[in-house]
Write a protein that binds this ligand. Structure first.
Ligand SMILES: CC(=O)N[C@H]1[C@@H](OP(=O)(O)OP(=O)(O)OC[C@H]2O[C@@H](n3ccc(=O)[nH]c3=O)[C@H](O)[C@@H]2O)O[C@H](CO)[C@@H](O)[C@@H]1O[C@H](C)C(=O)N[C@@H](C)C(=O)N[C@H](CCC(=O)O)C(=O)O
Ligand SMILES: Nc1ncnc2c1ncn2[C@@H]1O[C@H](COP(=O)(O)OP(=O)(O)OP(=O)(O)O)[C@@H](O)[C@H]1O
Ligand SMILES: N[C@H](CCC[C@H](N)C(=O)O)C(=O)O
Length: 550
């Protein structure tokens, strides 16, 4: 089944041509005009009849190269940049150009023979991603304006905080939609096309999804806003009532190049065009910087912290025996106490941030607290029960140096609180085709916190797994205090960790969290850390049993 069909609104949509042109801003137009458009997409393979096809420059290609495919699938117009026009002309895509294009804005016509995308109208703009976002919001009726919108950005903690906000909203009997790394849900039920490969969808998919959510009765939407999304204008034309900044750490420098660029991408969210109220973790120095900027640009700020003076300030917190914690927080409405079911100081931060977001939207502590206390997040410090005599096993999505430190520190606090002097054994690798410079720091972070580090593969994608492992091992070996093992494939490494562990130890499988597949080359093979841990434990027991019998 084609996912995009499911994410389109049930009711047909038609945006009149002049309204579309008004939405995209400054432009020039070539070719005959259709009456209007019924949808929008940036992928020629996803075109529905009546769509506007947006031909974007990409990292591998330019969408203009697929204009013919879009036209054959029923696109009635193309939105692109000057480069796209040139490419379509070069391809002869517009061999049947009637040359009847008009200049609606009084700007020069391209006058390029054959550049109109054939019998299609071509709208040419300088920044097709911004224009695409504005057009998408308009085509789908500006759905973000009819719901309370929560956005969360930051290197780590977006998914967790989104789950906490969702749980608080559901406790308050609201009907939240959610959009993020773990898919799309309404009222907790996954949408049929819920499994996604991106955290924040491209604007045509996002606006269609928001329309679907609004039509299905969502009162609120909680969404993760990645730095890619901000840099690539995926959330332009979406207005967030409340947006949160969790932290900035090392990730995605393959895309942003420098930490400052990465921060600037995130900072875009905290401007009046996108956000009304900002909830900011001011323990992070970049959070302090954002607070200063908001004071200048007029976005209202609510601050949260564990260590410095703030609006929502954690006064104390203690880990408890069930890998949870008890938190005392001073809020603008008084002192509050919560018992969280998720461990670690970082989850205290996430929960306080979620509370501040919910109260900023007008809800009260009493309405939301049960949700915050009960929330669990798939693949985040998720325990894998293996039965009697087995070591503790947990699965976590930590795939940055900071996340690895936080998760392992949380795991250590949990077992120490239990009066258990067992070891923390960490299985960790780094993803291929992603920021290579984070690999050694990831190994280092693991070795600083764990007693044993079994280095393995994450999603190798198109890279050589052994070279990725070597980089992680090199970082881990710099530390000197932990035993570091090159554990081979992920299945072998999980087995090795379980073999080494005593029932008092805690085995932490990091990096893949909720993921159910492993990307190897261009393929995604079935792989779920939770299932593989259970399978390998059963195998070890059976091997041991046959050894005993023999
Ligand atoms: C780095 C990045 O963001 N890449 C995005 C980019 O792909 P690209 O530049 O490689 O595209 P391309 O292959 O050169 O193709 C150019 C254009 O032709 C179109 N095309 C291509 C082939 C075809 O047959 N027909 C067609 O129309 C493509 O849709 C594209 O618009 O443009 C595509 C659509 O225009 C995106 O879907 C794609 O995101 C991919 C899926 C991706 O994996 N992105 C990741 C890195 C990402 O966005 N991650 C963030 C961060 C997550 C986190 O915080 O951890 C996220 O929000 O998920
Ligand atoms: N506030 C935080 N500070 C530091 N580490 C955190 C924080 N919250 C979560 N983590 C760690 O980061 C991992 C990923 O958390 P989560 O999925 O909530 O973040 P994310 O920002 O959505 O990540 P991604 O963008 O990669 O999907 C967790 O499994 C945990 O190890
Ligand atoms: N959204 C993140 C997820 C990384 C998950 C980890 N398992 C990996 O493959 O590196 C990314 O695409 O970079």
């Amino acid at each position: 089944m084609n996912d995009s069909v499911l994410l389109r609104p049930a009711e047909p949509i038609q945006l009149a041509w002049p309204d579309l042109l008004a939405a995209v801003g400054s432009h020039r137009v070539m070719g005959p005009h259709p009456d209007g458009v019924c949808g929008i997409t940036l992928d020629s393979r996803q075109v529905h009849p009546g769509d506007l096809y947006v031909a974007l420059p990409g990292t591998r290609s330019h969408g203009a190269r697929f204009a013919d495919q879009a036209r054959r699938a029923g696109a009635v117009a193309i939105l692109t940049d000057a480069q796209g026009v040139g490419l379509m002309a070069g391809q002869g895509a517009g061999s049947d150009d009637q040359g009847t294009g008009s200049d609606d804005q009084g700007i020069n016509r391209a006058g390029t023979p054959g550049a109109s995308g054939g019998d299609l109208a071509v709208i040419v703009v300088d920044d097709p991603r911004s224009a695409m976002a504005a057009a998408a919001a308009r085509i789908f009726g500006d759905p973000s304006r009819s719901m309370t919108m929560f956005g969360i950005t930051g290197t780590n903690g977006k998914t967790t905080t989104a789950f906490l906000v969702e749980a608080g909203l559901r406790a308050a009997r609201r009907h939240p939609g959610t959009i993020g790394t773990i898919g799309y849900r309404i009222d907790g039920a996954e949408l049929p096309s819920g499994r996604t490969t991106v955290t924040t969808p491209e604007s045509p998919d996002l606006q269609a999804l928001l329309r679907v959510m609004a039509d299905r009765g969502a009162t609120d939407v909680v969404m993760e806003v990645s730095s890619h999304a901000l840099a690539l204008h995926r959330v332009d034309a979406t207005v967030f009532d409340v947006a949160a900044f969790t932290n900035l750490g090392r990730d995605h420098l393959d895309f942003h190049k420098t930490l400052d660029n990465y921060f600037e991408a995130k900072a875009r969210l905290f401007t009046p065009q996108l956000t009304r109220t900002a909830v900011i973790n001011v323990d992070d120095p970049r959070g302090q910087e954002l607070t200063r900027r908001c004071a200048e640009n007029g976005v209202q700020v609510v601050s949260t912290s564990v260590t410095v003076e703030s609006d929502y300030q954690v006064i104390s917190w203690t880990p408890d025996a069930q890998l949870g914690s008890r938190v005392e927080v001073r809020t603008p409405s008084g002192m509050r106490t919560m018992r969280l079911g998720i461990p670690g100081e970082y989850n205290v931060r996430n929960a306080v941030m979620a509370l501040a977001m919910l109260e900023a939207s007008g809800l009260s502590f009493d309405e939301v607290v049960d949700g915050l206390q009960d929330a669990q997040v798939p693949g985040r410090m998720e325990r894998v029960p293996l039965g009697e005599g087995a070591p503790g096993v947990l699965v976590d999505f930590a795939h940055t140096p900071q996340a690895i430190s936080s998760a392992l520190a949380g795991a250590r606090e949990g077992i120490q609180h239990n009066g258990n002097a067992g070891r923390v054994i960490c299985v960790v690798g780094a993803g291929g085709d992603r920021d290579a410079a984070k690999r050694a720091p990831m190994g280092q972070a693991a070795a600083e916190e764990a007693d044993v580090v079994v280095v393995t593969d994450d999603n190798p994608r198109t890279e050589d797994p052994a070279s990725i492992r070597a980089a992680v091992v090199a970082g881990a070996q710099q530390v000197g205090s932990a035993e570091v093992i090159n554990g081979g494939s992920r299945r072998e490494a999980i087995r090795r960790a379980l073999e080494l562990a005593t029932p008092r130890d805690l085995v932490c499988l990091l990096g893949k969290g909720h993921e159910t597949g492993q990307q190897v080359g261009e393929e995604t093979l079935p792989f779920d850390d939770r299932t593989v841990a259970a399978e390998q434990w059963a195998q070890l027991r059976s091997d041991k049993h046959s050894g005993d019998v023999a």
